[in-house]
Design a binder for this molecule. Structure first.
Ligand code: PMP
Length: 407
């Protein structure tokens, strides 16, 4: 394994040398999207310089090479999340598309009038709205699990909601707004006991945790490339093979068929049944490069480094009386979501931006969560392994300035 040397690691990410408003960029918006190492950028470049061709056509050498790289990337993802077979890895545009795919295929086949889907108050809109659309059209009910005042999921409420009517539990592995890690292992076991299936929204987990879908025993797992150091426009849906096999296709078109005639069409086998049209070939190949990048290090060591950063930031925050951290005493990842009493989050974000510091402010696509916390929004600094304690110090210097200016 490569030694984790922060100086070297930072030099792998060219964007970290950028200036913003004439200041060195301090990128603390990793929850929204991650930056890309040079190896990922090179993988895209290399593909277009040497291998660009359509896949699965078997027509010529270049196409064969592109197909090989594309399919090797699928196996790389399979191993990355410890899936049982490559057929269980469906390429999508991202988490959002993965969840919609399940809602519109498995959902329409398996959820009917009077059935119930459980989500949590912590969900990103993309793990709420597809289920609302489904429920509306089939007459099912969407039930949200409450949270406690500290931002943690109310597990007891979850067990109370579970019943024979529950057909699906759709839950985020890690909350994007607060960084809180949900007890998904227990939730999956409990859901299976009542015969429900479980979809995990892993958008925020893929960059931080080692994922093992077989150990989790989840039925579906969705994540996006761009949050785990790969490009935008590529993502993954994992599903257990028997479920995927039984599901009808979603998008119709090329690649997803075996035979087409006007008297009827037969669909391709897994995983192609769910991959209509020309896929994001360079995205898949660059995703494999991102996985290679991550896996050259000891991932537990990286998590430790990130936790060290968040603990350092949390301690600093706790010494500021006006600063209120949401979810600080929960099991969580490297996210500091907070408000400064007396200041609008947006105004703070603007002042930070002027000092070269990128954070996200607002509802973080989790409006029901903000409602439950009785907040309009928070300021979210989300750290990655390429951030440093010096950057945390600069964040707090900038927050001090913001406070002086706004209060
Ligand atoms: N779920 C969570 C928890 C997220 O953080 C995000 C992205 N912010 C999504 C889903 C949606 O991901 P994407 O926009 O890449 O489809």
């Amino acid at each position: 394994k490569r030694k984790f040397d922060i100086k070297e690691v930072r030099s792998d990410f060219p964007i970290l040398n950028e200036k913003v408003h004439n200041q060195s960029l301090i990128y603390l918006d990793n929850g929204a999207t991650s930056q890309k190492p040079q190896t990922v950028i090179d993988a895209i470049d290399n593909y277009y310089q040497h291998f660009n061709s359509n896949v699965h056509r078997g027509a010529h050498a270049l196409s064969d090479k592109a197909t090989e790289l594309f399919e090797n990337a699928r196996v790389k993802v399979q191993n990355f999340i410890r899936a049982n077979s490559r057929e269980e890895i469906i390429w999508t545009r991202g988490t959002t598309e993965s969840i919609n795919l399940v809602a519109q295929t498995w959902g329409r086949e398996n959820i009917g009038a009077g059935d119930e889907i459980i989500v949590t108050t912590l969900e990103h809109h993309s793990n709420i709205v597809p289920w609302q659309i489904l429920c509306e059209s089939v007459g099912a009910r969407l039930l949200p699990v409450n949270i406690k005042t500290n931002g943690e999921l109310d597990y007891e409420h979850f067990t109370q909601l579970l019943s024979a009517k529950t057909k699906l539990v759709a839950v985020g592995h890690i909350s994007n707004a607060l960084g809180v890690i949900n007890p998904v292992e227990d939730m999956i076991k409990a859901a299976h006991q009542v015969g429900a299936k479980v979809l995990i929204d892993g958008a925020q987990a893929a960059p931080h945790l080692v994922i093992d879908v077989q150990q989790l025993d989840c039925d579906f797992y969705a994540f996006s490339g761009h949050k785990m150091f790969a490009p935008t426009g590529i993502g993954v849906l994992y599903g257990k093979r028997d479920l995927l096999d039984a599901m009808p296709p979603w998008h119709g078109g090329g690649e997803m068929i075996e035979k087409v005639s006007f008297s009827g069409t037969t669909f391709n086998k897994l995983p192609y049944k769910f991959e209509a049209g020309t896929p994001n070939i360079e995205g898949s190949i660059a995703m494999a490069a991102a996985i290679d990048y991550l896996e050259q290090f000891d991932r537990d060591g990286m998590t430790e480094y990130e936790m060290d950063l968040i603990n350092y930031a949390t301690e600093k925050a706790q010494s500021i009386p006006e600063m209120k951290i949401i979810g600080s005493d929960c099991n969580k990842t490297s996210v500091l979501s907070f408000i400064i009493e007396g200041c609008h989050s947006q105004d703070v974000g603007m002042i930070l931006d002027q000092q070269g510091i990128a954070v996200r402010t607002g509802h973080h696509c989790a409006m029901p969560l903000m409602d439950a916390l009785d907040l309009k929004g928070t300021i979210r600094a989300s750290f990655s392994f390429y951030n440093t304690k010096q950057e945390v110090d600069k964040l707090f210097e900038a927050l001090e300035k913001a406070k002086q200016f706004l209060m």
